[in-house]
Design a protein around this ligand. Structure first.
Ligand code: UD1
Length: 428
């Protein structure tokens, strides 16, 4: 297993380009089995989660191939109705989208309960409630979720919690159901809207995404399509935070500024100067960082997937900040690693209290999940000395070419293999 080795202190300067959105790709790739036609999906991020979901489809005899660096072609004409391999499914949370996609295609699905990042309990009761409301029966047997319907029939589904996954899964299963499906209290994330745009380009009739109420008029037939995925909001936010942490000056290209409003507003409160250009954003910071409070919320609130990264900035800000993680039960596992770098953070349940310190110091740390890993990279970029990050496979799940992109804006970061030995301390 490789590690990242970072020597902190360099200000990030220059331009970095953002790839396609991970969470949109992970919904859109399974959605392509709802047709027998060929789907060409552009702006696919080069990350391991995408390879995994593509391999799961290939395991079901779907013809999946990269036609160029960022374009995936999917031909599901010869798909086999089978339970996808546990060895693949357990590695990726979004494999549960196969439940909705297979149900939408065959009125039947059997998929192992998913794996993915560990933020505490991650129930799928709202997904199952949605399937049941559409007329499907489900049972969980030997770790496999089995869902089956004679016919899916549109209805109104009220989500008890705002869930991205349940909203997407219900959209996938309802798009070819008979009649009208209404999802109330739906998630409004940009990738929910992107999935609807993809489905509509196949001939679906999905309206209202980006609001609380989504209306889906079922259609009998979906055709193949060509579609380009939106840029990744969280990848962009991570580079924005890295620019602020290093007091740098970078232009982040290929973004949709509207998707970054919550992140931008908090970074400005902390001390960043942010200039919106047409499809890019310039982030500079010359000021001392200032404390602020953060509460993570479903979109358009501050995204939970940026909580660890912004907590690094708060660790270096003047004063005390309160971070309220309102989406996940247990998303502070990275704090222990940041403490080892000198951060002063205490955690009580879903709240953390961050006392700003003057500096962080490099040491050996491990990524506990994807965004925790991103936070440790940002911490390493600002720290004195050398930071070695283990378990970087978590980071590769969601950030394409992160080492190359960071080097491109002046970071001192390299990937080394397991045998790497940190240099011995210099003699005094
Ligand atoms: C997605 C994202 C993840 C992000 C999260 C919140 C993907 C692949 N992952 O995860 O990166 O952190 O949205 O923005 O897109 N819940 C229930 N019952 C359910 C479903 C969810 O109680 O049936 C709860 C969860 O425990 C959590 C909250 O709802 O507290 C939000 O979860 P959800 O939006 O479903 O997250 P994911 O779709 O799994």
């Amino acid at each position: 297993m490789s590690k990242y080795v970072i020597v902190g202190g360099n200000k990030l300067q220059g331009k970095v380009s953002i790839g396609g959105a991970k969470n949109a790709a992970l919904a859109i790739i399974p959605a392509s089995i709802l047709t027998d036609g060929v789907c060409t999906i552009k702006n696919i991020p080069n990350i391991s989660d995408v390879s995994l979901i593509a391999n799961i489809l290939a395991d079901m005899n779907v013809n999946v191939r990269m036609v160029n660096k960022n374009t995936l072609e999917i031909n599901p004409k010869n798909i086999i109705r089978k339970t996808p391999s546990y060895d693949l499914v357990r590695r990726i949370r979004a494999s549960y989208y196969l439940l909705g996609a297979l149900l939408g295609r065959f009125c039947s699905a059997s998929v192992y309960l998913p794996g993915g990042c560990n933020f505490g309990v991650r129930p799928i009761d709202q997904h199952l409630k949605g399937f049941a409301r559409l007329g499907a029966n489900y049972k969980i047997d030997g770790g496999i979720v089995n869902v089956e319907a004679k016919q899916l029939i549109g209805t109104t589904i009220y989500l008890d919690v705002v869930s991205v996954g349940a909203t997407i899964n219900i959209m996938l299963s309802a798009v070819k159901a008979e009649g009208l499906t209404v999802i109330e209290n739906a998630a409004k994330e940009p990738h929910v809207v992107d999935l609807a745009n993809f489905l509509n380009s196949m001939g679906a009739d999905v309206r209202g995404t980006g609001t609380d109420v989504i209306k889906i008029h079922g259609v009998k037939f979906l055709k193949g399509t060509s579609y380009s995925i939106i840029p990744d909001q969280i990848e962009a936010g991570t580079y924005m935070a890295a620019a602020v942490a290093t007091k740098g000056d970078i232009i982040i290209k290929n973004i949709i500024p509207k998707h970054l409003e919550a992140i931008k507003s908090k970074l400005e409160e902390i001390g960043a100067k942010i200039e919106e250009l047409e499809e890019s954003i310039r982030v500079t910071c010359n000021n001392e960082l200032t404390r602020c409070n953060i509460k993570t919320m479903p979109h358009p609130g501050f995204p939970t997937d940026m909580q660890p990264q912004i907590s690094v900035l708060l660790s270096l800000a003047k004063g005390t900040s309160i971070v309220n993680e309102s989406v996940w039960d247990n998303r502070f596992r990275y704090v222990e690693e940041l403490r080892r770098m000198g951060a002063n953070i205490s955690v009580d349940g879903k709240i953390s209290v961050v006392e700003g310190v003057d500096r962080l110091t490099g040491t050996l740390v491990k990524a506990t999940d994807l965004r925790a890993g991103a936070a440790l990279i940002i911490a390493g970029l600002t720290s004195s000395g050398e930071t070695i990050i283990e378990n970087i496979d978590h980071i590769d799940r969601g950030y394409e070419n992160i080492c190359k992109k960071l080097k491109g804006v002046g970071a001192n970061i390299k990937e080394v293999s397991e045998k790497y030995q940190p240099p011995l301390p210099k003699a005094l």
